[in-house]
Design a protein. Structure first.
Length: 306
């Protein structure tokens, strides 16, 4: 039986503390999480304790991947991955690979209030919760007359023999390095020179090449892509390095293209202001007031006519 808990005030003769924290207790009846003092008072990183408390407050089934935690906290993926690694080494966090009824492998994450507990086996997890029901099983083929008169040994052999798998309509075609952009593949294969852990398989390089090609088409230099993919990597990878590279290529916005300078415009001559002719009151352009060109021409022709 658990020890009784009480929110009653301390005895009167104890007195109020003269230094340190003074708790103002409030009895919570909803929206609270029970945390052990061993975890709350654990020495070490405050980020590790904050991540642990946040995970304990989440309902079952909530994603707790590095990407999901980085979307909630302001810390980067290096601090978050380091906190998860410390919790896993301390025994609070455990990961276990389970096989679904469909044959697929999934990784289940278990978080313990007290380290050292063993997770209970899942009772036939549903791979598609709330989805359509499974298709009905095909009817069993009828036995031939020869099988009806077979011996018990031959019948057991027929039951144990696996049914031949149906041949696919067409073979699945996997992309190869010859189909990917050579420049993008060269950028990916050169990452191991900066960090020897960034060794990619052929399938991973083919899968990441289109994203690198998009960066190259946006005007990003190969050296800039390499510097972005290899900067501030965690000390230990919890997954394959291709997952971190794919996350950075997908979540980092592409830089704005370099603006193309406009062609130089030819210098236009200065436009002179309008003036009113002193002789004919006609408007004309000139730097200073005076007579228009026709009036000046008439004045030149008048002495010649006389």
């Amino acid at each position: 039986m658990a020890d009784p808990q009480s929110n009653a005030r301390l005895r009167a003769d104890a007195g109020a503390p003269t230094s340190g924290v003074i708790h103002v207790r409030t009895r919570l009846t909803a929206d609270f999480t029970v945390i052990s003092n061993a975890l709350a008072q654990r020495r070490g990183s405050a980020v590790t304790i904050g991540v642990a408390v946040y995970i304990l407050s989440l309902p079952d089934g909530t994603p707790v991947s590095i990407a999901a935690l980085c979307a909630h906290f302001t810390e980067g993926e290096i601090l978050i991955s380091r906190a998860l690694r410390e919790l896993e080494e301390a025994g609070y966090l455990k990961r276990r690979r389970v096989r679904l009824p469909t044959g697929q492998i999934r990784t289940r994450t278990y978080f313990h209030d007290i380290p050292g507990g063993t997770p209970q086996p899942d009772p036939d997890p549903d791979p598609h919760p709330g989805g359509p029901p499974e298709p009905p099983k095909p009817p069993r083929p009828r036995k031939s007359p020869a099988a009806e008169h077979a011996t018990p040994f031959s019948a057991a052999v027929l039951e144990a023999a696996p049914a031949p798998a149906p041949a696919p309509d067409r073979p699945e075609k996997h992309a190869s390095l010859s189909d990917a952009d050579p420049q993008a593949v060269a950028v990916l294969t050169s990452l191991r020179r900066v960090d020897p852990r960034l060794v990619l398989s052929e399938r991973e390089a083919v899968r990441l090449a289109p994203a690198v090609t998009e960066w190259l088409a946006a005007g990003v230099a190969p050296s800039q892509i390499t510097a972005h993919l290899t900067a501030r990597l965690p000390d230990h990878f919890l997954t394959r390095p291709a997952g971190i590279l794919a996350f950075r290529l997908r979540e980092t916005p592409l830089p704005a293209p370099t603006p193309v300078p406009l062609p130089p415009t030819p210098d236009r001559p200065a436009v002179q202001p309008f003036q009113t002719c002193d002789g004919c009151e006609r408007a004309f352009r000139a730097p200073e007031p005076g007579r228009c060109r026709d009036c000046r021409q008439r004045e030149k022709d008048r002495p010649a006519a006389a």
